[in-house]
Design a protein around this ligand. Structure first.
Ligand code: PRX
Length: 657
């Protein structure tokens, strides 16, 4: 069977879902998708009313949308407590006994929380937070690993209307401190440590370093995941509380009542802030609000992952990134799905870990990233072959372009030739999936991220805004506001306007380059701004550069990406040193410096020392040329007429060993 699919793919590069899959899917044909898509643009009010019937609103909305670009509001006039859609509403159906989260720790421990239990945990933590003085509008930082309590923490904040900011556990103490200070968080939720490839990531230790200079933090609540033997976590008197101890205290009646019967908030109430990289050194606090975000995450989860009763859905992304927010927590829980959660690394203890989890728990939908798929390909087919993956029925990809080879392997080896693949394009700022193929309705083309999601008016345009011809490359823009779009950057609205809305009049600029083919399918090439995508992590070149120049030996630094088979892009930095400093021994020191300033995941793949960097006559570093040098291109493409000193480039090339 898979052979004939392979040859069909070679013939026309299309993969048509099987009739059997389509018959059971929510949207069964291309015509049905098209008519729903048209309705979402032409009669949005009606479309969203139909599609959000199962979400819980306390006050219905008066108008679906009001906009005066770049400002937009959705579900205007509605009030809701979002957690009622994710938790309470399922308790009256099968949620009392249905698994909400099936969790496997890296050492192999397993826990299942039913919707009933998850609801209870959220209420307990919400009441505790309320007693600690957390109120609607306060910010709460969450610096945790992949344990169910991280989802509990997010939902407990949402229950109280506190705005959470999850900071990925791979970030360093300094990165954590900057993010806490930027959003002015009052409480930090963390854990002693997290398991990663058999080692302990000492989260509390790093949190302690960060909290030495975070004036707004009043309390830290610490979950004990590892224990004192392997991960000592000294507690600071008056500030730190163990999670279990805090929850063991009986909450006040008022706090209990608040958690049980939570207030409803305005549709535009800030739900979370999530920091991401941009083209300047300072991370951007992308802010999402409540109803529009929930609606976007809910509707896309329902249709793109085609959630059905009996599914066990697994999104492998860390909850510290937007994929974890929308497609591990809010989207799936609002659909009442059972979600798989795994704590550790994909190769712990070996490369069969994912496949053993799928077999053991009966995962039906897998949503992961191309960089992981390429690592699995490299590790070899023997690992998946050891496991029965026949429970899988749908596969997803996110985070970077998936190369057709990886697509084909994923389809054949993991999907057994029978599972459709949904390649989903979106961003932290878009909140939910913007481009994909609905699995039972549309064929996919390996390497293309497909067609627009409902309500998404997206296009590829030239610099001045005219739409490109089919297959002509241009900028990817969204021409109409959509419910789950970011509303601002926390405490930096000016930057929000400048980054997304000032590039072209009245359209949202994604920062990506793309083309749309003759069938209307989008092909995203990648970032065209100063942002890199290294192994699915979004890294700003300016962020790396400012971290490097904060080292006493560094005079100047330039960070660029070069194509990499495994990571998609690899990070190469060019560094000039201050007088009196020797490059000897500095490579390791600079790598450690990046670990400290940002986190290990941002470590450069190569550090190259040079006497000078190629610059324009006005003193701007010509990153384009460095990119070519990093990629080993002998010839210089494009215009070099503004380059001040040609010998710099020649020397960099000569050094290229
Ligand atoms: O360049 C695009 C790439 O990831 C960027 C967004 O990164 P982030 O905000 O961290 O969110 C990642 C997960 C949604 C985009 O601007 N990207 C994301 N998904 C795809 C992609 N590039 C190509 N194909 C995709 N499916």
């Amino acid at each position: 069977m898979s052979d004939s699919i392979e040859s069909r793919l070679k013939e026309d590069r299309r993969f048509q879902p099987s009739e059997e899959f389509s018959k059971q899917a929510r949207v069964a044909s291309h015509a049905e998708y098209t008519s729903m898509y048209r309705k979402s643009l032409d009669e949005p009010e009606e479309f969203w009313r139909e599609q959000t019937f199962d979400l819980v609103f306390r006050t219905p909305w008066k108008t679906f949308a009001e906009w005066d670009l770049p400002r937009a509001k959705f579900f205007v006039g509605a009030t809701l407590n979002l957690t009622e859609s994710c938790l309470d509403r399922h308790l009256s159906t099968d949620g009392r006994t249905k698994a909400a989260i099936v969790w496997e720790g890296e050492p192999g421990d397993v826990r299942t929380l039913t919707y009933w239990e998850l609801h209870r945990e959220v209420l307990r933590l919400a009441a505790t937070l309320a007693d600690l003085g957390v109120q609607a509008g306060d910010r709460v930082a969450i610096y945790m690993g992949m344990v169910p309590e991280t989802a509990v923490a997010m939902l407990a904040c949402a229950r109280l209307g506190a705005t959470h900011s999850v900071i990925f556990g791979g970030f360093s103490a300094e990165a954590l401190r900057d993010r806490i200070n930027d959003c002015g968080a009052k409480i930090l939720l963390t854990q002693d440590g997290a398991w990663r490839r058999g080692n302990v990531v000492p989260l509390k230790k790093m949190a302690d370093e960060a909290l030495a200079s975070t004036p707004t933090i009043e309390k830290a609540i610490v979950l004990r995941r590892i224990g004192p033997e392997k991960c000592p976590a000294p507690m600071k008197e008056g500030r730190d509380l163990w999670w279990d101890d805090a929850l063991a205290r009986r909450p006040s009646e008022a706090a209990l009542a608040l958690a049980k019967n939570p207030p409803a908030f305005d549709a535009e109430h800030p739900l979370f802030i999530l920091y991401t990289s941009g083209s300047t050194g300072k991370p951007k606090g992308v802010m999402h609000t409540t109803a529009g975000y929930l609606a976007g995450a809910h509707v896309t989860t329902k249709y793109v992952f085609d959630i059905r009763p009996g599914d066990l859905y697994w999104c492998t992304a860390d909850v510290g990134w937007v994929t974890g927010h929308s497609y591990f927590v809010y989207g799936p829980l609002s659909c009442g799905a059972s979600v798989m959660m795994y704590e550790g690394a994909p190769n712990a203890p070996d490369w069969s870990r994912f496949w053993s989890i799928i077999e053991k728990h009966g995962v039906t939908i897998l949503y992961t990233a191309p960089t992981a798929i390429r690592a699995f390909i490299r590790a070899g087919d023997d690992w998946p072959a050891k496991h029965d993956l026949s429970s899988l029925r749908l596969l997803g990809s996110v985070g970077e372009p998936i190369n057709p080879e990886a697509w084909t392997w994923y389809h054949r080896v993991i999907g057994g030739g029978r599972c459709p693949i949904v390649d989903t394009w979106w961003q932290t700022e878009t909140g939910s999936i913007m481009l994909t193929t609905l699995p039972g309705a549309c064929y996919s083309k390996p390497g293309s991220t497909g067609l627009p999601s409902f309500g998404v008016d997206i296009a590829v345009v030239k610099d001045r805004g005219d739409e490109c011809q089919p297959n002509e490359g241009g900028k990817l823009v969204i021409r109409r506001p959509w419910p789950s779009m970011a509303r601002t950057l926390w405490a930096d609205d000016e930057r929000y306007l400048k980054t997304y809305w000032d590039v072209m009049p009245n359209v949202y600029f994604t920062g990506d380059g793309a083309r749309r083919d003759e069938d209307g399918y989008f092909w995203v090439v990648g970032r065209i701004d100063d942002v890199l995508n290294v192994a699915g992590h979004r890294i700003g070149t300016a962020e790396i550069e400012s971290a490097l120049v904060s080292h006493p030996a560094v005079a100047e630094a330039a960070a660029v990406g070069k194509p990499d088979e495994l990571k998609g892009q690899a990070l190469v930095v060019f560094v000039t040193l201050k007088a009196g400093h020797d490059a000897k021994d500095l490579k390791a020191k600079l790598a450690e410096h990046i670990d400290k300033e940002i986190g290990k995941f941002a470590r450069p793949d190569a550090i190259r020392f040079t006497d000078s960097l190629p610059k324009t006559r006005s003193g701007k570093i010509m990153r384009r040329l460095l990119k070519e040098v990093a990629s080993g291109n002998a010839e210089t493409k494009g215009d070099t007429s503004t380059l001040e000193d040609f010998s710099v480039l020649a020397k960099l090339r000569a050094d290229d060993d």
